[in-house]
Design a protein around this ligand. Structure first.
Ligand code: XMP
Length: 329
């Protein structure tokens, strides 16, 4: 698309003009589409004066770290450091069951890790980076500063736990937000022009606090993280194999802190139940549960019970948003 190619070139020029010739730029990659496209664009503009960091908080999906790092490094040639902060996050989350406390702890730990990374960078390059890249989109901008009279002034506080903002104010970084005039579809289009793999651009959204809000109760409870990773991987792979991935907004598994009785082989078991959730949505604000056919669900259920230790029951979530939210926490 010629028009998008023009927008892309304009944005690259703007970044080059904004960032001084000796300035360095820092970017936190989440593994999502927006931060990846934003970083790739900035990299085109200023090359390796961009410094990206991917923080593994121990709450990622199955093989997520390896998969996104491969895309960043092999496909996109981004200068990226992977920080494994698993122990740091999980030790802070031990025993925590309240969803909002989980989010606060994860947010605070992220800032601590990011801060440490930027100081390490400062020692390496001899100065503090001056700019921060953020993958802010146009809808985030409208939501943060709704037009007067729109009656939307509270929406930002409602979603305050979502991606906008949240970095240390004392760092005094100026923002580079090359996507802030774009909608999601346009970001995907721009990403394709930047050679971001199409399969990556079509990834479902994933919440910042990761599996912490998909394990009900204590995230560190015995085996929960490993179990939910396997269940989630089986579910999402089955969706891909059935050719349904692009029809669904989000699909995932939830670990329930509930044991139920089952019979496997000729033994009675007393094991955990998991829930599966898949939804369609335009923007995540409202959602409908996805109507799989019964045969698909039956096959997924038996695959899960047959191959994941400690699971003997699978339930499917048939609630829309509202009254439910997308996530269970
Ligand atoms: P809810 O559960 O609020 O989710 O209906 C709406 C959309 O937002 C995602 N979500 C989050 N994203 N940090 C994020 O970055 C969060 O704390 C968070 N909570 C929910 C959710 O996955 C869905 O796409």
């Amino acid at each position: 698309d010629w028009q998008m190619q023009n927008v892309l070139e304009e944005e690259i020029k703007k970044v080059t003009a904004t960032v001084g010739p000796d300035d360095h730029v820092i970017c936190a990659l989440s593994g999502g589409v927006d931060s990846t496209v934003a970083a790739t664009l900035v990299h085109r503009a200023i090359g390796d004066r961009l410094h990206c960091v991917f923080v593994d908080n121990g709450l990622c999906r199955y093989k997520e770290r390896e998969r996104v790092m491969a895309t960043f490094v092999k496909d996109l040639h981004l200068p990226v450091t992977c920080v494994d902060a698993t122990e740091q996050f999980l030790s802070k989350l031990k025993g925590v069951v309240d969803p909002e406390r989980k989010r606060k702890i994860i947010g605070a730990e992220f800032i601590a890790v990011f801060d440490e990374f930027s100081h390490r960078l400062e020692r390496e390059i001899g100065k503090m980076p001056a700019f921060l890249v953020q993958g802010t989109l146009y809808p985030d901008v409208i939501e943060s500063c709704p037009p007067p009279g729109s009656g939307k002034s509270h929406s930002h506080t409602i979603k305050s736990h979502h991606n906008v903002g949240g970095l240390p104010e004392n760092m005094k970084l100026k923002l580079v937000e090359p996507l802030k005039w774009l909608f999601k579809d346009e970001v995907r289009e721009m990403g394709a022009l930047l050679d971001v793999p199409v399969s990556f651009l079509k990834r479902h959204p994933f919440p910042g606090p990761g599996l912490a809000v998909r394990i009900l109760g204590d995230v560190t409870q015995d085996g929960a993280l490993d179990t939910i990773r396997l269940v989630d991987e089986i579910f999402v792979n089955s969706i891909r194999e059935a050719g349904l991935y692009d029809k669904i907004w989000q699909a995932f598994a939830v670990y329930l802190p509930v044991k139920t009785v089952g019979v496997q082989g000729d033994k009675r078991t007393h094991s955990h139940a998991v829930a599966l959730r898949a939804i369609t949505s335009e923007d995540g604000m409202t959602a409908d549960w996805f109507h799989f056919d019964g045969k698909f669900l039956a096959e997924v259920s038996s695959k899960i019970c047959n191959s994941v230790r400690g699971i003997n029951r699978v339930v499917y979530d048939i609630t829309s948003k509202p009254p439910s939210t997308v996530e269970w926490e």
